[in-house]
Design a protein around this ligand. Structure first.
Ligand SMILES: Nc1ncnc2c1ncn2[C@@H]1O[C@H](COP(=O)(O)OP(=O)(O)OC[C@H]2O[C@@H]([n+]3cccc(C(=O)O)c3)[C@H](O)[C@@H]2O)[C@@H](O)[C@H]1O
Ligand SMILES: Nc1ncnc2c1ncn2[C@@H]1O[C@H](COP(=O)(O)OP(=O)(O)OP(=O)(O)O)[C@@H](O)[C@H]1O
Ligand SMILES: NC(=O)CC[C@H](N)C(=O)O
Length: 736
């Protein structure tokens, strides 16, 4: 037997915070060594943090000091030097993720080090450039697949390490007893992944350093890729990822894991408040050789493989059969339910944002409706996670919580409601149109969570603004139910909504002062992805906030979450909140009229989810969406009715697209997010009449002469794919 102990990790890195990143890297190496590992793998670009952007990279270079040989002394090389001069890399192969500038180009690299030497630098060959990813803006892909080149280390590094150069490029490391190679994140998901060729060259251990974000219902795609890579060709696949918010909208969702011959033998957490989580496995490389020997096609293809370059290192990584060591066995894979993903992902993201922003807590305008209540529940979940993690002995979480909660005299949070009272304000801002029911629901939920709740009546403020308007114009708008026009009705609603936003920011900045607390509170927004897509929100109302944990989650998923959270987070009032029909409560309630979201929007939230997926994930415009929906809805609706719905959606989507440009930064969880700043970079001024496309749809409807779908009762497979809760119905390019 060739027994090999390997270690990989989830690290909570913060872009450009080299000190934080190095602390985590060192802690992970210490843990890996303590476990007796011969290999330690860290995440992609772990030294700089994956979310580090090109402009900042360039700036670091500009501010770097030029030395006598004119090569640039760059901060991340200093970090690597520190690791190599210490004893961190003694007797352990460490893969460190960082950028490397070679000549004029910047590469995203795994730097492979051992015993105080850099053994090889492996630049990424297939860059992530879809959806949230724009690596091509600041890196270039390594395209040479031939011989390894010699890379001359920056002079300060070479002098310090007494090492002048290092092999650079595509290749693997040949040890006495096994061969090990890097495969950098996106490469695994590319059409021709390197691991196939490397396996034929005898590589038994693959190290995938990744920077991959959380997306609902996507984990199995990632895990299937690791299992698929080694199931039919054998191998040990190690995966490392960042975990947490490294300064942007993404939550990197960890899930470091180790797979042997297609079986998961170790799996790290997907959501956690820990800064460092190391997982290890003891694997038998003879099992890899044995599987490969048993597959005739593997043998045949290996005999005529394209040779990949390698670096020989005369060291052993494995140990022989030894009963003091246990052998890791296959594990049942752990997947979270989507409801849990909605609770834990955004809760961990909020925690990172809170502790890193220097704020002292959150303020949420809580209407008692589904959206803001979901956000409140997520903050409650965050408080529960913090208390649990402190109880588990996490000193970093304790230190952060003490600062944020303003604990003194050695006190720290031991109870989530008590912690919430210190860091979470909720405020119900009722108007004459608010109902007792929503007011009571908001209060009840706040009490269950432990938040500091305020109940404010905004009628005086609204009336003052209307009086000012009347003074200026001589006119006073009326609601529609009182005989006003649509314009008046909308104007009156928007005044209430916007006043709430102003009050929310005022309270967030001044309440700490009132309560003699230091710092400021971040205002939380709570508009969901469907409202954003349809534009069913008032620009610069409470949808404008500092951050929004649910901005890319659909209403339907939020309702699933609320039902789950009522029981699993222990906030019973959420069940009643979920059951209530969504309403904005901005118009007067009459015996024959009460405002309802779906009526106002002219479409259901379920329909919106379908439109959203088709528009973004399946790249449909009006005509192709119409055609596809004729199949999907053909058993219920005639083509003319489908045409009306599609046109109606596109009309409102395009009228309101400008609202996406000012959306509050929100947690990215859904591949059909219309978020305009980093993800869905479409125009925001459309011809909302869509003359060409709508005419085309009309022509198709006319041409059908009343025909309906050919096989009633059988939904097209395309339609099934876009089903709202279907697993893995996302855009593979948008992130795995
Ligand atoms: N093409 C363009 N490019 C850039 N900006 C543009 C623009 N067209 C309008 N605008 C600006 O946008 C403004 C119109 O947007 P906005 O002020 O939001 O107003 P608007 O979209 O007309 O009305 C708000 C919408 O939100 C709905 N609503 C109201 C209250 C609560 C809720 C809820 O979420 O429950 C929903 C309401 O039914 C209505 O459909 C214009 O006054 C103009 O300033
Ligand atoms: N009475 C209120 N008190 C406090 N905040 C409110 C109130 N009404 C609305 N808001 C805030 O404005 C946001 C948008 O209000 P809107 O009535 O459009 O509700 P929504 O988007 O359906 O969300 P929710 O389900 O939370 O009511 C809410 O999410 C909430 O943050
Ligand atoms: N950093 C990357 O290469 C990302 C790759 C891939 N899109 C993912 O989300 O995993």
């Amino acid at each position: 037997m060739r027994m090999l102990k390997v270690a990989t990790c989830n690290l909570n890195q913060w872009a450009m915070d080299f000190e934080c990143n190095m602390k985590n890297i060192k802690a992970s190496i210490v843990q890996a060594k303590a476990a007796g590992a011969a290999i330690r793998l860290g995440p992609e670009l772990e030294v700089t943090g994956y979310g580090c952007m090109p402009v900042r990279l360039v700036r670091v270079i500009r501010f770097g000091l030029f030395n006598s040989s004119s090569s640039v002394r760059i901060l991340w090389w200093d970090c690597l030097k520190e690791l190599l001069l210490g004893d961190w890399t003694n007797d352990i192969l460490c893969s460190i993720g960082m950028p490397v500038i070679k000549g004029a180009e910047r590469y995203n690299c795994q730097v492979l080090c051992m015993n105080k030497r850099i053994i090889m630098i492996r630049p990424k060959m297939c860059l992530a450039n879809d959806g949230n990813y724009r690596e091509l803006r600041w890196f270039t892909a390594w395209k040479q697949r031939g011989e390894l080149e010699e890379f001359h280390l920056p002079i300060e590094i070479s002098e310090a390490l007494s090492q002048e150069s290092v092999p650079f490029g595509y290749g693997y490391i040949q040890f006495i007893d096994t061969a090990v190679a890097a495969e950098v994140c996106e490469e695994l998901f590319s059409p021709v992944p390197p691991h196939a060729e490397l396996a034929l060259n005898g590589v038994e251990v693959f190290m995938n350093a990744s920077g991959s974000h959380h997306q609902l219902r996507k984990l199995d795609i990632r895990l299937n890729a690791f299992m698929g890579a080694t199931h039919a060709r054998g191998g040990v696949y190690m995966y490392s990822n960042q975990q947490g918010c490294d300064g942007g909208r993404l939550y990197y969702d960890g899930c470091a894991c180790i797979v042997v011959n297609g079986d998961v033998v170790a799996q790290g957490s997907q959501f956690s408040l820990k800064d460092v989580e190391v997982i290890t496995s003891q694997v038998d490389l003879d099992a890899v050789a044995s599987l490969r020997g048993s597959i005739s096609s593997f043998q045949e293809q290996a005999s005529c493989k394209v040779k990949v370059s390698s670096v020989y290192v005369p060291c052993r990584l494995t140990q022989s059969f030894n009963l003091k060591m246990t052998l890791s066995s296959p594990k049942k894979i752990m997947y979270h339910f989507p409801q849990e993903e909605i609770a834990f992902g955004p809760a961990c993201w909020l925690w990172d944002y809170l502790r890193r922003s220097g704020a002292s807590g959150f303020l949420l305008p809580l209407s008692g409706g589904a959206d803001s209540s979901s956000v409140a529940a997520i903050v409650g979940c965050m408080c529960q996670l913090v208390v649990k993690e402190i109880a588990n002995g996490d000193e970093q979480v304790k230190t952060d919580a003490k600062r944020i909660g303003n604990y003194t005299n050695g006190e720290f949070p031991t109870e989530s409601k008590e912690f919430a009272k210190r860091i979470f304000y909720t405020v119900f801002m009722g108007s004459e149109n608010s109902s007792e029911a929503t007011k009571m629901r908001a209060k009840q939920l706040a009490d269950e969570i432990g938040a500091w709740h305020l109940d404010v009546c905004i009628d005086g403020v609204v009336s003052a603004v209307l009086t000012l308007f009347q003074t200026v114009t001589g006119m006073r708008p009326r609601y529609k139910v009182d005989g006003g026009s649509n314009v008046e009705n909308l104007g009156l609603q928007n005044i209430q909504a916007r006043m709430r936003m102003v009050l929310a920011f005022m309270l967030a900045s001044l309440l700490p002062w009132v309560h003699s607390k230091p710092g400021f509170y971040l205002v939380l927004g709570s508009s969901n992805v469907d409202e954003g897509l349809r534009g069913y929100l008032t620009k610069y109302d409470c949808s404008s906030a500092d951050i929004n944990p649910i901005g890319s989650i659909s209403k339907q998923d939020l309702r699933l979450f609320l039902r789950w959270a009522a029981t699993n987070l222990g906030y019973q009032s959420l069940a009643e909140i979920e059951a209530a029909p969504p309403t904005a409560e901005l118009e007067p309630i009459r015996s024959d009229y009460s405002q309802l979201d779906e009526v106002d929007m002219g479409m259901t939230y379920e329909e919106l989810s379908v439109y959203g997926r088709m528009r973004k994930i399946f790249r449909c415009g009006p005509v192709s969406m119409f055609k596809n929906l004729c199949y999907k809805w053909g058993t219920k609706l005639s083509p003319a009715e489908v045409a009306e719905k599609v046109k109606y959606f596109f009309k409102y989507y395009s009228i309101n697209r400008h609202k996406m440009t000012v959306l509050t930064p929100s947690y990215h969880a859904e591949s059909y997010s219309p978020e305009d700043n980093r993800f869905d970079l479409r125009q925001f001024l459309y011809n909302s009449k869509w003359p060409y496309q709508f005419k085309k749809i009309d022509e198709i409807v006319d041409g059908l002469n009343g025909d309906s779908v050919a096989f009633p009762g059988e939904e097209a497979s395309y339609g099934k794919e876009v089903g709202v809760v279907a697993a893995n119905s996302g855009d593979p390019s948008a992130g795995l």
